[in-house]
Design a protein around this ligand. Structure first.
Ligand code: ZN
Length: 71
């Protein structure tokens, strides 16, 4: 579901999590994914320029969140 193939541009480790924005549809899966550090909670307030990735090691954030809704 969440692929980890990225490397942090800051510390060069691959402890990279996808930042999840908005409300989860499956709370159990969501909390498990956070526990496993596959995703991090980005919060419910979504802006126009949110980062997509966060390093769980140094907490560097980068990238651009992809719109998953048609506008
Ligand atoms: Zn890092």
């Amino acid at each position: 579901m969440f692929k980890k193939y990225l490397t942090c541009p800051e510390c060069n480790k691959n402890n990279v999590a996808c930042i999840f924005w908005g409300y989860p549809t499956d709370t159990d899966l969501y909390l498990q994914a956070i526990k496993d550090k596959e995703i991090v909670d980005g919060g419910c307030l979504v802006s126009d320029n949110d980062p997509k990735w966060e390093c769980t090691d140094c907490h560097h954030k980068w990238g651009t969140r992809e719109e998953d809704e048609d506008k």
